[in-house]
Design a binder for this molecule. Structure first.
Ligand code: HEC
Ligand code: HEC
Length: 264
């Protein structure tokens, strides 16, 4: 049975087999789960977190928690985490923050950045570059360069579909071979290009309105309803995000206690 629903692998985003600092590493995460996750407003196990990526980043289905695939993924994460890491985060977790632009991200300018910097690998049409069937089997992946939008990409509920998260990843890691010490595009270009990429069609996940039972925990750049506060949906998608952050800081208590009344 195939659980993934698209053409990506874990390594498409968790770079260097999950070992790259600030390339969304999985090395080190063994010791820090179970952990509170705002999307469900619950403490979640590492298995549940992996399944979050299965259903969103991989646009697929959850792996059975005691099945062979899940056991293999957990054994691997444990192995690359090493005994010294248990109980604390690896330095270089996630992707490093970059300053928020003071203007809205500009998808039209992002289109130009995409054409000049990204399209050589990810394709002018964003569909990546597929491997020949024999190579795909040998390498255990379908794409030489993964698609950034379209049916084989991550869905609209994925972390990469949020412009702030995506811009941090791209700034520190793209074009492939970039490291966070020597970014190759500016922070503002990273926001613009991922605003463009995330405006393109991609698989849609159902029931996203059930995410974030406590709406005060919803990231300001989540691009789907319900939106908290008096800001238009496009401001959540493209910014500027500072006014939303300030509004949330001032109203978090109220949003928590009155629940979804504040939502649009
Ligand atoms: C489209 C990109 C993408 C793909 C593909 C993907 N992930 Fe993720 N994953 C993310 C993002 C983005 C995060 C959130 C990182 C953050 O919070 O800073 C994440 C977080 C995680 C975390 C938690 C990491 C932490 O530091 O807390 C785990 C574990 C994880 N993914 C496992 C997997 C596994 C296993 C696969 C393959 C089955 C996978 N992911 C596929 C993008 C992806
Ligand atoms: C030299 C080729 C190359 C260039 C240029 C490049 N990428 Fe990538 N990109 C890759 C590869 C390869 C991966 C998957 C990592 C792996 O397989 O090791 C990837 C992964 C990604 C991912 C996560 C996986 C996915 O499919 O969603 C995003 C997002 C991304 N790139 C965005 C960009 C953006 C934006 C640019 C331009 C600023 C860019 N890349 C430039 C090769 C490239």
């Amino acid at each position: 049975m195939r659980f993934a629903g698209n053409g990506l692998t874990c390594q498409s985003c968790h770079l260097q087999a999950g070992t790259q600092r600030y390339g969304l590493p999985l090395a080190g995460v063994w010791g820090v789960f179970p952990q509170y996750i705002g999307r469900e407003d619950e403490v979640r196990t590492l298995e549940e977190r992996v399944n979050g990526c299965m259903e969103r980043s991989m646009n697929g289905r959850s792996l059975p928690v005691d099945g062979d695939e899940m056991k293999a993924i957990l054994a691997y994460i444990r192995y690359i985490s090493g005994p010294q890491q248990v109980g604390r985060s690896l330095e270089g977790r996630g992707a490093p923050p970059i300053p928020l632009p003071t203007r809205a991200a500009d998808p039209e300018h992002g289109r130009q950045v995409y054409a000049s910097v990204c399209s050589t690998c990810h394709g002018a049409d964003g569909q990546g570059q597929r491997l020949e069937a024999a190579e795909a089997v040998e390498q255990g992946k379908r794409y030489q360069f993964p698609p950034l939008w379209g049916p084989d990409s991550y869905n609209n509920g994925a972390g990469m579909a949020r412009t702030i998260t995506a811009a941090r990843f791209v700034h520190a890691n793209m074009p492939l071979g970039t490291t966070f010490e020597q970014p190759q595009i500016s922070g503002d270009d990273a926001y613009d290009v991922m605003a463009f990429v995330n405006s393109q069609p991609r698989p849609e996940r159902r029931n996203l309105d059930q995410d974030y039972p406590d709406l005060s925990r919803k990231p300001v750049d989540a691009g789907y309803a319900p939106f908290v506060g008096p800001f238009p949906p496009d401001q959540h998608r493209f910014g500027p995000w500072q006014p939303i952050q300030e509004w949330l800081r001032a109203n978090a208590e109220d949003v928590r206690s009155t629940g979804r009344q504040h939502a649009q």
